[in-house]
Design a protein around this ligand. Structure first.
Ligand code: COA
Length: 331
């Protein structure tokens, strides 16, 4: 029998209706559209405004969009991996709630957290379960409500992040399509540069932590930028070399949408031309775990069976990596 690989066979997404434009941000903090656009490539982002709703709200909608498009019975799903840095609540797994809400009653579920690399690392995990032959349908969801942890008086972070969700289904393939190779990395040196100080086990919530705004994201943008540029470019170049892929062989670069300049630097190092670089950062900003599946959904029409996709991501921690995947279907 041919080797089993894990192929993406269906995708779905959801973004909230509410649009936060650069022009509106100009009224909240000392910034301007020109600065944000030239430094990041972002024009607007979506925010979840529904009262009392968290990340699961968007994850459920993305999963339902996939189920509908693929005409899939949720009872057939074996496992749901919920990639997120903003779970609904501590302890009770968001993925478990999502599984129950979408009717995936035969699946087990859990959350996976690796900051902005959560979805990329989740692709590796989902793929390993499929390759083992143990499970046939693994749903990977990437969703984040970044607006719940952003201080909208801090111009260093509020211009960057947005909310959204995407879902992909992994199934076994014996024709050589699906995930081919991966390089995944992490380095605890990054802990100080992108973090939320309070609300965890080191510094539990108190009146003091709330007063000091320690429940919001802190980012040393310059340092993160430096590591992100070299980290993402290094692994993307290496995975091409290791698989004997020239820039002509690469059909699409599917890179985490944190900053257009980081994506451009990665594409340049790979020698991949602009027309092959999937971009939607101008519409959504950095949606953390949702950027990669949102790209797949926005560009699904253009992806063709057999296309070579290089996924790349960089996130807090630090965490980063690249994945080489052969696309498995025509829409
Ligand atoms: C955040 C980021 C866009 C800032 O861009 P930058 O070019 O590094 O900007 P700097 O932080 O060096 O700031 C440059 C100047 O702009 C100012 N500035 C910062 N934010 C600003 C804003 N929103 N609007 C206007 N000016 C701003 C700074 O105060 C600084 O002014 P100074 O030179 O007078 O001190 C960029 O560092 C970045 O994208 N970092 C990585 C983000 C990332 O990938 N994060 C997630 C990983 S998943």
């Amino acid at each position: 029998m041919n080797k089993i690989t894990a192929a993406i066979t269906a995708i779905g997404s959801y973004v909230p209706d509410f649009v936060l434009s650069n022009q509106v941000l100009e009224t909240l903090v000392d910034t301007n559209d020109e600065w944000i656009t030239s430094r990041t490539g972002i024009k607007e982002r979506r925010l979840l405004k529904e009262e009392g709703q968290g990340t699961s709200f968007m994850a459920i909608k993305a999963a339902q969009n996939l189920l509908e498009k693929a005409n899939l019975n949720p009872k057939e799903i074996d496992l749901i991996i919920m990639a997120t840095a903003t779970p609904d609540m501590p302890v009770a797994s968001t993925g478990v709630y999502v599984a129950t809400q979408i009717g995936a009653t035969n699946a087990f579920a859990y959350d996976l957290q690796a900051a902005c690399s959560s979805f990329l690392f989740g692709m590796s995990t989902a793929s390993a379960y499929i390759q083992s032959g143990k499970y046939k349908k693994v749903l990977l969801i990437g969703a984040d409500k970044m607006s719940s942890i952003i201080d909208y008086t801090d111009r260093a972070t509020c211009i960057i992040f947005g909310d959204g969700a995407g879902a992909v289904l992994f199934e076994p393939n014996t024709d050589g399509l699906g995930l081919q190779d991966e390089i995944l990395k992490s380095d605890g040196i990054g802990r100080e540069f992108l973090k939320i100080d309070a609300g965890g086990s080191i510094l539990p919530a108190s009146e003091e932590t709330v007063k000091n705004k320690q429940h919001f994201v802190f980012q040393d943008g310059k340092t993160v930028f430096k590591y992100a540029v070299s980290g993402m470019a290094d692994v993307s170049e290496k995975i091409m070399e290791r698989n004997n892929l020239t820039h002509d062989d690469v059909n699409w670069l599917v890179a985490h949408q944190a900053n257009k300049r980081i994506i451009d630097a990665t594409a340049n190092r790979m020698g991949v031309e602009e027309s092959k670089v999937l971009i939607n950062i101008h519409r959504y900003g950095n949606t953390t775990s949702a950027t990669l599946p949102l790209l797949l959904c926005d560009f699904e029409d253009q992806l063709k069976k057999g296309d070579n996709l290089i996924f790349a991501a960089f996130g807090g921690g630090f965490t980063w990596g690249a994945i080489y995947l052969k696309w498995a279907y025509n829409k």
